[in-house]
Design a protein around this ligand. Sequence first.
Ligand code: PLP
Ligand code: COI
Length: 365
Amino acid sequence: MTAAAQFTRVPHPAPLAAQRRQEVLAQPGFGRHFTDHMVSIDYAGGTWTNARVEPYGPLALDPATMVFHYGQAIFEGLKAYRQGDGSVSCFRIDANAARFRRSARRMAMAELPDELFIESVRQLLEVDRDWVPAAGGEESLYLRPFMFATEAGLGVKPAAAYKYLLLGSPAGAYFPRGVKPVRVWLSTEYVRAAPGGTGEAKVAGNYAASLLAQAEASAKGCDQVVWLDACERRYVEEMGTNNLFFVFGSGSEARLVTPELSGSLLPGITRDSLLTLAADSGFPVEERKISVEEWRKGAESGEITEVFACGTAAVITPVGWVRSGDGEFTIGGGEPGVVTMALRDTLTGIQRGTFADKHGWMRPM
Ligand code: PLP
Ligand code: COI
């Protein structure tokens, strides 16, 4: 099947009333509300088939469906932004399509062609365009493409059948306190991913494996867990659902460091974009290992002036405090930093069409 192939459209018999939708869009939260429709594409007999735009609703699955037993499940996260002229654009959708394919390959799943991934988003936006929040604010339509094994059976092997689904969910701030700095917990007991594992793929199981440590972080009074490398428990990898950046120095002397792609952390599209935007702004940027010890000493001496987390859902969030079994230290007095906020303004400006899109990242949908 090609992207040009027909998607069957089954309109929702009773879409949410416009007034109720406006109430949802005024305060969407994150991941709590879904648009009227979803997209579904099946993989069977070696081909992609049965592409549909249909009412959002429950699925009926055989209890022996392989995803429930052996966990072949991957997902993506990207956003559609309302532009000042009323049109709708996605940010770097081709990068999400490519990462979705890489995740599929790592999980021995069928690879959805990029054109179908992009066309599925276009199809959903065509019917649910009114669900994209108004321009000018922090809100957007979060898009959640995902795929799982649908073959029924208990043999352990790559499934022969898959379902791809796409949901739309209006989104405001991911962290309830918005751009206020978060407090993070350094996880030394649990690890997220080990070399050779699935850490660099966007795999559902990575998130399941993270939940106990995230609960531990909450119990310690922290907003998020920060993962260290699995072997030495010494080098910083990433935060719960974000990559991390460290700002050394300030003003014209500022330079940025982000953990190198170790194979066990997610290669974030926001991370990749910020490496480019920081370089555009004249900041030296470095991808390398950074240890907890360097972080603590740098924060205490004032050499590390800012730390921030970045990801599609959470955009850019300052990190103000770091807690571990050894105590707590503060970064930049627990206030959002200048470099953090400047990069945030540039990134969100490009996404909302108020800054020039020099790198051709926005795609009108
Ligand atoms: N790391 C993890 C574990 C994530 O879940 C995410 C979110 O997608 C990120 C990093 C940031 O990735 P991206 O910028 O592509 O959203
Ligand atoms: C995203 O930013 O898209 C993420 O993956 C975060 C999500 C797990 C809530």
